[in-house]
Design a protein. Structure first.
Length: 171
């Protein structure tokens, strides 16, 4: 039963969190609310080598089951340490990115967002949920665009997440 309102918002948050902390260890881990992420590999160690390796595609002519897109499979890893806590997705005119998924993850309670670099518009954040992430499509528009994946927070200093997507011409 939830606490009475006079106990304050902190008690209500504590009450709600106990349902997320399934194993009672005080940490909302990968297996608690992020079903499907438990078996993923850890991203490579953050650094210039990783950043440079992600400039090229992982694979080419990859199709996505949720759209008609076919293009380059690309990864961007963001880490819980600067300057690697943000990674760009450059979208020239007539280019798009979709079929987003989490390819690798290390850490707990990772929060990230994807924003338009020009005006700061949030295109995706964790509060939008998995379905919104699965349906996310970024386009370069007529003038091109740069979007950024920003790691906002995580429980561990060495936490990181690799976001994968298909980069392709617009239809």
């Amino acid at each position: 039963m939830p606490p009475p309102p006079e106990d304050g918002p902190e008690k209500f948050v504590e009450f709600a969190m106990m349902f997320l902390d399934k194993d009672g260890d005080g940490v909302h881990g990968i297996s608690e609310g992020d079903e499907g992420l438990e078996g993923l590999h850890h991203p490579a160690e953050c650094g210039e080598d990783l950043s440079e390796s992600e400039l090229g595609p992982v694979a080419t002519n990859v199709s996505c089951g949720t759209s008609e897109s076919e293009g380059n499979q690309v990864q961007r890893t963001v880490c819980n340490v600067g300057p690697y806590n943000s990674a760009a997705i450059s979208l020239p005119s007539e280019r798009a990115a979709d079929c987003f998924r989490i390819a690798a993850i290390k850490g707990n309670n990772i929060a990230f967002e994807i924003v338009n670099e020009d005006d700061g518009t949030v295109l995706f954040d964790m509060s939008m949920g998995k379905e919104a992430f699965d349906r996310l499509v970024l386009t370069g528009g007529p003038d091109g665009a740069v979007c950024r994946i920003n790691l906002l927070s995580a429980d561990e200093a060495d936490a990181s997440i690799t976001v994968e997507f298909i980069y392709h011409p617009t239809f």
